[in-house]
Design a protein around this ligand. Structure first.
Ligand SMILES: Cc1ncc(COP(=O)(O)O)c(C=O)c1O
Length: 476
């Protein structure tokens, strides 16, 4: 009996499944022939399938609105896209077509907002949630955005010191602010409490001593983000309940507080057996908030989410060709692909992130266990069953085959470009620092000079596909 790769997949998972199917024994992605793309572009290549972005946004909105209706919830749901997840103009433009609000995380993100504004992609009324560590430059740019007329800026304080710094720069100007609650990490973490945000036990006191009664400062939002994801686990619900209780305590002190921000962390499909009940989780979130607020006799807050990976992750993929198979001992065989995994899906190497891995062709062949290796000379440039706690089984092939084996890593649309520094962009658009060379002359005196200055916002935007507008008003 032949045990083909197709039999394996069909017996192990529901297949075909959302986005994945076979046509003439070649894999398709959302109905698109990958064979056609390989023929047209050659390998390796990465691609992004834009319509999936809108589908994800609509799905989340629909489920939140359904739960809101079911629970007679009085607050509204606001979908924000977390730009750091994928800053490319084609991605952000696609998300904006679905009227998302935006969440920023660093200074150059404000230049990005200005770019979008000058390109008539957003209006001044768009809600912009400013997260992340606030450098002086970041704060100045946020305030300049406000001067330009953006009247729905919410500055989420990441630390107690940020308030004094922003007040000084704002010089009496009205500010809408949020407070980020620092979460406790999961038990396997290397530390107990996140560095991001303010200790939850200090927040009410901080509000009463530093914000209450100030006419120009409105506390609008409480923010928390469980970065290991919104999961139906004791840990997630523990942090959620802590944040909810804090919201209620703060609301009793602060009339203008009206928004509860859950951050990001909605999961995506990273293997074919992935099961997650989005509808159940969203309904539980809304029901819990509703019940707690009704019990305490306070109004239901507006709900904000800042989904990054969920918005764009499932749109992306990268396709490789297997260059060679190597049997290195009796049990271990390697498939060497024609690029580097460290360079193209860095999260697999650095944080053991799983992606959906599927062959594009040869589904009728038998299967075998394989390690996948990149062509860099780095020992860590691999993907295998050991590290990913998931069998890496792929079709066998013969070296005499006319057509090589093609492999795809799917759902790679989030973070991978920024973290791998695609073309010179950087994670959170935090620029490469100045590069200084130090040498000594013949007499032994040292000499130093700048090889390259800090990367500019314009340099990054060129790579990201934005039109540079020379006379951008409001830039500081
Ligand atoms: C403040 C904040 N919001 C949202 C996100 C997006 O998270 P995810 O991509 O898991 O949805 C992040 C990611 O680090 C974040 O730091």
């Amino acid at each position: 009996m032949k045990n083909s790769y197709f039999d394996l997949i069909e017996q192990s998972y529901y297949f075909p499944q959302e986005g994945f199917d076979l046509r003439d024994n070649y894999l398709t992605f959302h109905g698109i022939s990958l064979k056609y793309l390989i023929k047209k572009y050659g390998t390796p290549f990465r691609f992004i399938y834009l319509p999936k972005i809108g589908d994800q946004i609509k799905k989340s909105r629909n489920l939140f609105n359904k739960a809101i209706k079911k629970n007679s919830y009085q607050g509204r749901y606001h979908y924000c896209y977390c730009t750091k997840c994928n800053h490319f103009s084609h991605v952000i433009n696609e998300a904006l077509k679905h009227n998302v609000n935006l969440e920023t995380s660093s200074s150059y993100d404000i230049d990005l907002i200005l770019n979008l504004f000058h390109d008539h992609k957003i209006q001044k009324s768009r809600i912009i949630v400013h997260n992340g560590y606030k450098t002086e430059e970041y704060l100045r740019k946020i305030l300049s955005l406000q001067k330009l007329g953006f009247n729905n800026n919410i500055i989420v304080l990441d630390s107690i010191n940020e308030l004094k710094r922003v007040e000084k720069l704002a010089n009496g100007e009205k500010l809408k602010i949020g407070i980020r609650m620092a979460i406790n990490e999961e038990s396997q973490s290397a530390y107990y409490t996140s560095r991001l945000g303010i200790r939850h036990t200090k927040i009410v006191e901080f509000y009463n001593e530093n914000i209450k009664g100030k006419e120009n400062i409105e506390l609008k939002m409480l923010h928390f983000f469980v970065d290991s994801g919104i999961k139906d686990s004791l840990y997630y619900w523990g942090e959620f309940q802590k944040a909810l209780k804090l919201y209620i305590d703060l609301k009793k002190q602060c009339e203008e507080l009206d928004s509860f921000n859950l951050g990001g962390g909605f999961p995506i499909r990273n293997h074919l057996g992935f099961e997650y009940n989005y509808e159940y989780m969203i309904n539980e979130i809304i029901t819990n908030i509703k019940n707690a607020c009704t019990q305490e006799n306070i109004p239901d807050p507006h709900i904000f989410t800042e989904f990054g990976k969920y918005t764009v992750g499932e749109s992306g993929a990268i396709i490789f060709e297997v260059l060679e198979q190597k049997q290195q001992n009796d049990t271990e065989s390697w498939y060497i692909v024609n690029n580097s995994l460290m360079n193209t899906i860095p999260d697999a190497w650095s944080i053991f992130e799983k992606f959906i891995l599927l062959p594009i062709n040869k589904w009728d062949n038998e299967y075998r266990r394989a390690n996948i290796g990149g062509i860099s000379c780095d020992h860590s440039d691999y993907y295998n069953s050991e590290d990913f706690n998931q069998e890496v089984l792929l079709p066998t092939y013969s070296d005499d085959d006319e057509e090589p084996l093609y492999l795809g890593f799917f759902h790679t649309g989030a973070y991978q470009d920024a973290i791998s520094g695609y073309g010179g962009i950087k994670h959170c658009l935090i620029p490469s620092p100045k590069h200084v060379i130090i040498d000594r002359d013949e007499r032994g005196n040292f000499i130093d000079y700048v090889y390259r200055n800090e990367q500019s916002a314009e340099e990054m935007f060129k790579i990201l596909g934005y039109n540079k507008n020379e006379d951008t008003e409001g830039e500081s």
